[in-house]
Design a protein. Sequence first.
Length: 159
Amino acid sequence: MSDTIYEIIINFAKLHQYDERKDYKEAWQLLVEANEAVFTIEKERLSKLNYKGDVLDKMYKSGRYYFKEKPSQKKENKNSSTEYIKLSKTILQAIDRHIRLNNSPCKPSNGYNLFCIEQEETINREIERLSNLEKEVIMNKIKKSYKNRYFTIQKKKDI
């Protein structure tokens, strides 16, 4: 769906979101007639993309059943102010090796504590590498990565 059509349908759906079906359909017909050129261009574009269905019906249903609940403004990403922290391959490999060598099924928190003791030097190098972040943030990321990888590896063992 082109951006122009998308905006038209979303605005229309929000405006008529509480209308009865009959009223909504009448308003839809008026919208299509008022914007005939835009809808014709969209029909042609979709037919060139080999869309076989009824384009207007598809747009009507999209507005009626999907777009009426969507906010008219796109939401900003909640985490846009925080940058993704990527751990180095070295520490990820150390985590994987530790989990695989520790065959006894124990709690991931116990495994993580043991990992911190055994791999103190590797963790310190990772903290130095990510020196622009607070130590607590880095340790939380390592802990979360350890637990995620623990469950992923355990799941693969069970299969």
